[in-house]
Write a protein that binds this ligand. Structure first.
Ligand code: FPP
Length: 258
């Protein structure tokens, strides 16, 4: 096993079996996660939905730690979609509170581990106390690059594309004929971030839910039935093992067929 992982993976565990199947020279650079199923997890346990979100924030910590230990460079988490505003007020307040608590608690962990935090989404509607906290942590971590954690907040994939078009129009100085995919991508919230190689969705739904619509064009998708609060490092390892079994051709054919 990779020396650095010795303290992180228990000998003889299921995780160890999985780690031994991973080729560390072919890891995805960027993993994006649709964290779904907090509500159902809580309902199954006869708990209020907000308890699902509370348990889900623990899974966030574990996912961040796992990604970092494995050497993943970018981790994007869909934490609050534009559509989530339709939920009851109390649930919305809890989600923002959990995020604020996470930032307060994890601030030192992020800096200590040289993790960078970045927010994508329309910031103007994020409650100002949370936005201030987010921007403080973004500023404190902006020079780090061991792992970049990208939080999608008040995020919508279609909004992101429309916002990019608006910026292009506003800047006016373009030769519009020279606009291509590469140049367009610089106007997205994810400018300078490579596209996700792997998209994980928990709780079994077969949808992309307006998440990173442009960026996931060639991502491998891995869906698990597990609810987000039950998502542990073994699940991320399972996703990686599966990812490495796939052949990514980006629309090309296999070289031996040419
Ligand atoms: C989906 O479950 C999850 C969310 C809408 C929010 C994710 C938020 C967290 C994990 C907590 C805080 C975040 C951070 C970054 C600390 P759902 O409520 O849609 O579940 P359901 O589909 O079963 O109802």
């Amino acid at each position: 096993m990779n020396e650095n992982l010795k303290d992180f993976i228990k000998p003889g565990s299921e995780e160890e079996l999985l780690v031994n199947q991973i080729d560390f020279s072919r890891l995805p650079r960027h993993i994006a996660i649709i964290m779904d199923g907090n509500g159902r997890w809580a309902e199954q346990k006869n708990l209020p939905r907000v308890e699902g979100h509370r348990a889900g924030s623990k899974s966030v910590r574990e996912a961040v730690e796992t990604a970092a230990q494995l050497g993943i460079r970018y981790l994007t988490l869909y934490a609050f979609s534009k559509e989530n505003w339709k939920r009851p007020k109390r649930e919305i307040q809890t989600l923002w509170k959990l995020l604020k608590d996470y930032l307060k608690k994890e601030d030192k962990v992020l800096v200590g581990n040289r993790f960078r935090l970045k927010v994508i989404g329309q910031r103007d509607k994020i409650p100002s106390s949370v936005r201030n906290e987010l921007e403080r942590v973004e500023e404190n971590t902006k020079d780090f690059d061991r792992l970049t954690i990208i939080l999608a907040l008040n995020y919508g994939g279609r909004d992101e594309i429309v916002d990019a078009v608006k910026r292009i129009f506003r800047e006016k100085e373009h030769d519009i004929e020279s606009l291509d995919e590469e140049k367009f991508s610089h106007y997205l919230y994810t400018n300078h971030i490579p596209d996700p190689d792997l998209l994980i969705r928990t709780s079994g739904e077969l949808r992309v839910s307006n998440f990173l619509l442009w960026q996931i064009a060639y991502s491998e998708i891995w869906i698990t039935q597990v609810f987000w609060p039950d998502f542990r490092k073994k699940h991320m390892l399972q996703a990686l093992v599966d990812y490495q079994k796939r052949e990514r051709r980006f629309g090309d054919i296999h070289p031996h067929e040419k």
